[in-house]
Ligand binder design. Structure first.
Ligand code: ZN
Length: 150
């Protein structure tokens, strides 16, 4: 990765950590799931408002490291307006990108989430980046009230 690009990616992560988007409690959410990453201590509560199978609104509360906060902030932005199937497809792509299984991830599909591709070089931080998505997965499947990465 070029240094310029790396700097840009880090700047986006810092920005989302300093000013998380959609950082609020949602009134009357259709889905509410708590996510916990005991390895790092990241905690978040994800709220979703659904319209049929489309994610109408997404927000979160919680506290965690810069990577987990930036990841959930970016995620709530990108999944708004997406259908459940589209969000699940993004989760799959994101997971493959961060675990390094897919070296040639689809940049167009993943968009801004590419700023988190660097975590694949730090296996301990992968769970920080994927916590938001595992929590979203549980919320969409509507199975659990809380999840843990361990
Ligand atoms: Zn973390």
């Amino acid at each position: 990765m070029f240094d310029d690009l790396r700097d840009l990616y880090q700047e986006v992560i810092f920005d989302h950590n300093r000013n998380p988007r959609n950082f609020r409690v949602m009134d009357n959410p259709d889905r509410k799931v708590e996510g916990f990453n005991p390895l790092c201590g990241d905690r978040l509560t994800l709220y979703l408002k659904m319209a049929g199978d489309t994610i109408e609104d997404a927000s979160f509360q919680g506290s965690g490291c810069a990577i987990s906060t930036a990841s959930v902030s970016l995620m709530t932005e990108i999944v708004k307006g997406k259908t459940e199937a589209e969000a699940e497809a993004l989760f799959t792509q994101f997971h493959e990108m961060t675990t390094g299984k897919d070296e040639h991830f689809n940049l167009e599909a993943i968009g801004k989430l590419a700023v988190l591709a660097g975590v694949r070089e730090y296996p301990a931080r992968v769970k920080c980046a994927t916590l938001a998505w595992h929590t979203l997965d549980a919320a969409l499947k509507n199975e659990q009230q809380s999840i843990s990465t361990e």
